[in-house]
Design a protein around this ligand. Sequence first.
Ligand code: PLP
Length: 512
Amino acid sequence: MKQDKTPLLDAINQLIDSKPAYFRIPGHRLDKGISSRWTKRTGTGIFAYDVTETPYTDDLHCPEGAIKEAQELLAELYKADRSFFLVNGTTCGNEAMILTAVHEGQKIMVARNAHKSAMMGLIISGAEPVYVMPDIIDEWGIQGGISPGQVRKTFEENPECKALFMVSPSYYGVVSDIEEIARICHEYGALLLVDEAHGGHVYFGDRNDTSFPKGALECGADMCVQSMHKVTGALTQSSVLHVKLRNLKHKNVDNSIDIDKLCANLHIVQSTSPNYILMTSLDCARYELAQNGKEMVLEAKRLCEYAREKINAISGFRCMGREILGEENFDKISKNSVCAIDTTRLVISAKDLGITGFELDEILFTQYQVNMELSDFENVVAVVTYANTVMDMDRLVEACRKISQNRCDVNKTASSNSINKRLPGIPVQKLTPRQAYFTKAEEIDWKDSVGKISAEMIAPYPPGIPIIYPGEVISQEIWDYLEAFRRDGRHIHGSKDGKLNKINVCNPEGTK
Ligand SMILES: Cc1ncc(COP(=O)(O)O)c(C=O)c1O
């Protein structure tokens, strides 16, 4: 196929050039009806691409023309058997993967650092999760990946698991040993589903740099989802789902992916009015990756290396690098839980100055207008892409230098140090997420919740990893962990008021 084509962009151009009298939705008529308050800043051009299904522009839910061709080009580029455009982010792709792999009464192994969209997939599917806890990289206070050893052990205990759902790379660029994990999954006839939200670009890394990660699909994953808006030139909400088809038979049970079912599931989790600007951005992002992908990744790596070196030379600052791959960082079972790191992520710590990641994030934002993607107890994380500039990196480096020089100006948020960065153990599961979701809930004071079954998913943000899933018992350990966030005034996703003063718990007596 010709990777220099952009079928969807060309189709919309054709529609626009035909100068139609337009009576379809959307009502702004290919740009004329957008508020001038907005267009005087942006111009009107891009709004003309906000169109709908027409004979030129095809239909995402039943593609036969431009979208079909654009998706085929995408599949060819990523060496997938099928690829799909998503307009509701990786969130809907994760839901669709889980819904395709498992249904009510079946088991699925889930890495406990999964994004909350995995929980939504569990609720919709009704499947029973069996969790694998990722390792902690102590030196940086962050989660590593899950290891092949952990996966094998969990399959030995739960051979009926139909699939494994995991994240790789993580927000911090930590990459698991997908190749070995895929082998183990397939040995048990299970599908490997990878949330590769942060990894759409790694496929274009220099293959001579063996420490740079390979893509999940290249390593044997059966399905993966990538947020193209996070790391390539696509617009927010634009993601893709790739499928690699293989015969997966285990003890005479066929567990191969059913593409028709996947398409039906994508229909469930996506709008019937998919946004054409988003889809066009995917078409064009794929085009750019095909033409310039290697150079784009190289540029991001160069920028990162440039800043990493300079920041490492600043007193009290350090950046995470390849040294975390050393075996001494892990115990036996989690050995190999980190297989590679994406060096286009810049993980920065000023903990040697007594500055937490949260504090560093705030100082960078308020005093230097440097916007980081994420902060945690110890670190801030920059997502560096080809579209950053040396000037961006210099501003970051300079801000770090000034913070190091003026370290006493830091406004300490005293209690943040009281938060335990070690995640609590996996709680007892009394109900599946779906059973809990459909069980009558009552609201109680958070202080009275120990021993109760949570009806909610509670995920302190950042990093947004659920500490408790619906259906799990709130142990004293979990309570203490979350209480530290609550007392500290941190934002807590899943709790109604965002502050965790109250929590909904299950009353297993009744259904909703
Ligand atoms: C690991 C991971 N998975 C999934 C998502 C959701 O992706 P999206 O924003 O594309 O829906 C995120 C978002 O940050 C994420 O970090």
